[in-house]
Design a protein around this ligand. Structure first.
Ligand code: MG
Length: 329
């Protein structure tokens, strides 16, 4: 392990910045746009495009199953995928704090490159700044995707009777970060993954996907409320149908957490017509990211989000209020 760390000189725009780019960033990314070092990337795009941005602030920077770099790629890729877009181009802004270990940064940048390659998205623009601090870092990514003709994936498409499918277990990312911060040892790993290949497999099979959203900060409870609010319809889910791994369940029991409000970084909520349910589940389960896919509920004409409890009661599900501690994405 080297003891070399980031200093303000690396953000000067001069020789040290050049070295940082040449030695650390360039070997990981092989984009023509980056190599040309012009002031802006020139891109070829056709048709409707989806465009999104997100900033990533997480402690620790590296955690079981991922790191801030992988997270920054997957978060943006999954937002594009949720709109039915095929991810194409990515930009990344790095804000590095003085004292950040070079090897840690190298590991994060490599993992970012791996995630981008897996998702098939090309990093075409990037920037680095160095600020005073305590050896941390922040990443902003923006992504552009192309929406194929005739594809419309919007919350306003959903209607009563539609079914809600979830691509896998809840809370894994949140539980991982929480465990790392509290120094609790367990086998839980973040679910951080690009989901565009999985969602594309639904479209390739000709399935009519009404709406999708990746279940991140705020958890499933918040996403369901967003869907209910935007569509004007209600949602009814069944508590027993919500998938949670035994490890995450026991951590939740100990710490008093509700998996409904825990963040994930590799799970998609997918709404399809009732006649497409079984085919969609088969396709999802066939994909490594969707093995745990299951039905969780339906769209209802009565407004609000309600959850049927195992004893036959109905519990109202609100959106997350306040900060979902700790900062997990
Ligand atoms: Mg999202």
């Amino acid at each position: 392990m080297s003891t070399e760390v980031i200093t303000t000189a690396h953000g000067s725009g001069g020789r040290n910045t050049e070295t940082l780019i040449a030695e650390l960033f360039a070997p990981c990314f092989h984009s023509r746009s980056l190599q040309d070092q012009e002031d802006a990337a020139v891109l070829e795009l056709e048709g409707r495009i989806a465009f999104t941005t997100d900033s990533f602030v997480i402690t620790p920077l590296i955690f079981p199953g991922g790191d801030i770099g992988k997270l920054a790629v997957c978060g943006t890729v999954n937002d594009l995928a949720a709109m039915g877009a095929v991810p194409k181009y990515l930009s990344a802004g790095f804000i590095l704090e003085e004292g950040l270990d070079f090897d840690v940064l190298r590991q994060i940048v490599r993992s970012m490159a791996d995630a981008a390659a897996e998702a098939g998205i090309e990093l075409v623009a990037a920037d680095t700044k160095v600020v005073e601090g305590h050896g941390g870092m922040f990443v902003n990514t923006s992504g552009i995707g192309v929406i194929p003709p005739k594809r419309s994936v919007r919350v306003r498409n959903i209607r009563p009777g539609d079914v809600l499918l979830l691509s896998g277990t809840l809370g894994d990312h949140h539980a991982t970060v929480l465990s790392a911060r509290m120094e609790i040892e367990n086998q839980i790993r973040s679910d951080c993954a690009p989901l565009n290949d999985m969602t594309e497999s639904l479209f390739i099979s000709g399935l009519d996907v009404r709406a999708m959203r990746d279940v991140t900060r705020g958890g499933l409870g918040t996403v369901l409320n967003e869907f209910a609010h935007s569509s004007g319809f209600g949602i009814r889910i069944r508590e027993e149908a919500l998938p949670v791994s035994p490890e995450v369940r026991s951590l939740c029991d100990i710490l008093g957490l509700d998996p409904l409000y825990m963040a994930n970084e590799g799970k998609m909520l997918i709404v399809v017509a009732p006649e497409d349910e079984s085919r969609a589940l088969t396709i999802l389960k066939d994909h490594p990211c969707g093995r745990g896919a299951c039905w969780i509920g339906t769209v209802d004409s009565a407004p609000g989000v309600l959850m049927e409890t195992p004893i036959g009661g109905l519990r109202r599900v609100d959106a997350l209020v306040g900060e979902g501690l700790p900062r997990i994405c």
